[in-house]
Design a protein around this ligand. Structure first.
Ligand SMILES: C[S@@+](CC[C@H](N)C(=O)[O-])C[C@H]1O[C@@H](n2cnc3c(N)ncnc32)[C@H](O)[C@@H]1O
Length: 232
């Protein structure tokens, strides 16, 4: 696909998905996260952290934007939400619409995610559930979480994050995990699979980890129906 037809994002979009979208993207159910200690990184303006916490999960979200106060983040959420919503009609052929139904269905969930995030952020930050961190370095001791989730960052922004950054970030996510690291999606903003995925998988296997590409019951970006599962 021609990269002119890629979804255009300046820097990194400060947007997020809802808890239900996360469960679909990572093939998780509420039952399956009970008892886990979860890291969501980068968590952006998602509502996975807020909803999982409300459901009793032990969850921490990390993002480089969490150095910012709530008012600034709220403004950034609104701007990035509008920028994404404006492109959906123009670039609708980059997506499959079964899950959301239509553009309104998609924008409604984007808004719900960021509003839930904003209403939880101040309290969550006090409780240490939202922490500033900038990959490829995390502010945690080794083996701090049983399950590490990373969505819409690695691979998606493969046009601006180089191979070495991908490898260093994967190793850092693995360092803080005791069981699994899951990454979604495996395609870029142009909907093409990350071209050096096999090289990364080979290096992680050589490090001694088990890696698997698994289908998930969710596809919005064309071809984005797989996650990477790393068993540490
Ligand atoms: C598209 S959002 C993903 C949000 C969420 N994971 C989701 O799938 O809905 C991408 C996030 O990556 C964050 N980000 C970009 N570079 C980062 C870095 N080096 N370390 C931590 N966060 C970063 C941005 O601030 C932004 O919130």
């Amino acid at each position: 696909m021609n990269s002119n037809n890629a979804f255009a994002v300046t820097d990194f979009a400060f947007i997020g998905r809802t808890f239900d979208e996360y469960c679909q993207m990572f093939d998780l159910e509420l039952d399956s996260i009970e008892g886990e200690t979860i890291l969501d990184c980068p968590s952006g303006a998602d509502s996975f952290v807020a909803t999982a916490y409300e459901s009793g999960a032990s969850i921490t979200g990390v993002d480089m934007m969490y150095s910012q106060p709530p008012t600034e983040l709220q403004q950034r959420c609104q701007e990035d939400y509008e920028a994404v919503a404006a492109q959906l009609a123009e670039k609708s052929d980059l997506f499959k619409w079964e899950f959301y139904g239509d553009i309104e269905g998609r924008t409604k969930l984007l808004k719900k995610a960021y509003e839930t995030f904003i209403s939880d952020y101040t309290e969550g930050r006090k409780q240490g559930r939202y922490l500033y961190g900038e990959l490829p370095t995390l502010p945690f001791a080794p083996n701090s979480f049983s399950l590490v989730l990373s969505a819409h960052f690695l691979f998606l922004y493969g046009d601006r994050l180089d191979y070495e950054f991908h490898l260093a970030t994967l190793r850092e996510l693995i360092r803080v995990a005791t069981e699994q690291v899951r990454i979604f999606p495996l395609v870029g903003l142009d909907t093409e699979r990350y071209p050096r995925l096999d090289d990364l998988l080979r290096e992680l296997t050589e490090d001694g980890h088990q890696v698997a590409v698994e289908n998930v019951p969710f596809e919005f970006q064309q071809g984005a129906d797989e996650m990477l599962v790393i068993t540490v």
